[in-house]
Design a binder for this molecule. Structure first.
Ligand code: APR
Length: 313
């Protein structure tokens, strides 16, 4: 069986880590694309990785390009093209510039990879994935956004640190938009099958939820130049992995809602089954009144950005 082909659009911080993880997990060959001014940079990065395959113990063709023809027929396309945040910026501050970039990328992906499973990572996430789908017109199960896997990974990590237990045993989901209004769900979080609420007092849970909502900003402040890249890269690859291996993982992703959770025609973070059919199923959880109200606040925040997108494309 021929190897799968994974196209990474955007060869910056997240793109580089994704390329390495893709090769290490032997998911397939990797083509990383960036703008012509950055062609030397992506070619160099990928050649560097290709030269490490011998000691890394993985077989994969790793190439860099600025020519969209080279991504033709990719099975998975992961998009990080765009600007990251700088200290003091919100994700929404990136909308103006990144919607132009996503418009260009979407038109090219539509031309060269009409059957790919597309994962958008560029911020502001919920509106960029909406824009990508609007432009490509791809079926909704083949277009989703990476946010919930990262947000829940952050939440799970903070819980594991606090309890001094393996993060593997912490199962949690985070709903809503990828921003300060995201909705961690402690009520449904478990640690080795035990409800979190049995193990931690409400005050500590609230502190961890608060830190999760601001986790991206915490990293932006520390880095001083750019935003998080290791954990976003690992999160996007976890989604690609579930698709390529038809694992049917239950992962929180930004999916197009058409009535689920009472929401229509918006991309928002919800738990979904990711398998060979892409976003195969959205799982609807019965929320309590408080959770539903928080989800509504998050939706309202996303709606504002969607108005801006609709005005531009
Ligand atoms: N086509 C292809 N690549 C592009 C384009 C374009 N039109 N415009 C910009 N790029 C490239 C840049 O040249 C850069 O190499 O996208 C890359 C982005 O990389 P970084 O600046 O290192 O940003 P990164 O940390 O990888 O984050 C990318 O993901 O999490 C989000 O907020 C983050 O929107 C940002 C994106």
């Amino acid at each position: 069986m021929a190897r799968k082909k994974i196209a990474l659009i955007g060869g910056g911080q997240i793109g580089g880590i994704m390329a390495l993880l893709t090769a290490q997990k032997q998911l397939g060959d990797v083509v990383m694309l960036d703008i012509p001014e950055m062609e030397g940079m992506v070619k160099g990065k990928m050649l560097d990785m290709a030269e490490g395959t011998a000691v890394g113990g993985y077989d994969a063709n790793m190439t860099g390009t600025s020519n969209y023809a080279d991504i033709e027929g990719a099975d998975v396309v992961i998009i990080t093209a765009g600007l990251p945040r700088k200290p003091g910026m919100t994700r929404d501050d990136l909308l103006d510039i990144n919607v132009k970039i996503i418009t260009n990328v979407a038109n090219q992906v539509k031309k060269y990879c009409p059957n790919a499973f597309c994962i958008i990572v560029t911020n502001p996430l919920d509106s960029m994935v909406y824009a990508f789908r609007k432009i490509t017109g791809f079926s909704k199960n083949m277009v989703c956004g990476m946010a919930g896997v990262l947000d829940s990974s952050r939440f799970r990590s903070f819980i594991a640190m606090e309890l001094n237990v393996s993060v593997e045993d912490v199962a949690a989901t985070v709903l809503g938009g990828h921003g300060p209004t995201m909705v961690p769900l402690p009520r449904l979080t478990t640690v080795g099958g035990i409800p979190l609420t049995e193990l931690m007092d409400a005050e500590t849970i609230e502190a961890i939820s608060k830190r999760t909502r601001a986790a991206g900003t915490e990293i932006v402040k520390l880095l001083g130049n750019g935003s998080a890249f290791f954990s976003p890269a690992a999160s996007a690859i976890e989604m690609a992995n579930s698709y390529l291996l038809d694992k049917k993982r239950v992962l929180p992703v930004a999916a197009l809602l058409e009535g689920e959770y009472g929401i229509n025609n918006y991309y928002l973070g919800v738990p979904a089954v990711i398998g060979a059919g892409g976003v195969e199923k959205i799982i609807e959880v019965k929320l309590n009144d408080d959770e539903q109200a928080l989800l509504q606040v998050s939706l309202d925040a996303v709606k504002g950005a969607i108005v801006d997108v609709d005005e531009r494309i």
